[in-house]
Design a protein around this ligand. Structure first.
Ligand code: FE
Length: 160
């Protein structure tokens, strides 16, 4: 019996990661977008592509759970570390640290991030000022997909 025929099986999710339809990129900040791939409401995690077309500090944040990244294009770094994640780099971010995501080159950067749990955003004084989790990501997708004519429910394609 094929796996897809399991009576309570969850459907596969097989999609073109870098989409032909520009509308699938959800704006996150000026010249910063995310493209949802897998929004996991059971484990509380999400996998997305982050696309940046500007240089400078993007966010100062902390993860309470692990993050995995794979750089598809361009490069980025954390001000707190002496390494730079370049095209082809895999990064494991252990939970706990507050770090400052920075892009040095305004050319396009695209990285696949698997974020477990949440991102908690901090200001320069280490004060928490916001957060992202899979449910916030879903809300952002709903709003954007509604605005661009795909319909709020389009996000359901990426939710399991
Ligand atoms: Fe991080």
């Amino acid at each position: 019996m094929a796996a897809s025929a399991l009576p309570f099986g969850i459907p596969d999710l097989v999609i073109k990661a870098i989409p032909e339809d520009e509308r699938l990129w959800v704006p996150q900040a000026p010249n910063v977008w995310f493209r949802p791939l897998f929004l996991n409401t059971v484990a509380g995690e999400w996998i997305n592509l982050l696309r940046v077309r500007r240089a400078g500090v993007l966010s100062r944040h902390r993860h309470p759970a692990p993050v995995h990244g794979y750089v598809i294009k361009g490069s980025w770094r954390y001000l707190e570390h002496d390494w730079t994640a370049v095209e082809g780099t895999y990064v494991f971010e252990p939970p706990g640290e507050i770090h400052t995501l920075t892009v040095d080159n305004a050319d396009e950067m695209i990285t696949l991030f698997h974020v477990c749990g949440a991102l908690i955003y901090f200001d320069e004084n280490h004060k928490a000022v916001g957060y992202d989790d899979v449910h916030r990501k879903i809300e952002m997708c709903q709003k954007h997909y509604e605005e661009v004519g795909l319909g709020a429910d389009y996000v359901k394609n990426f939710i399991r």
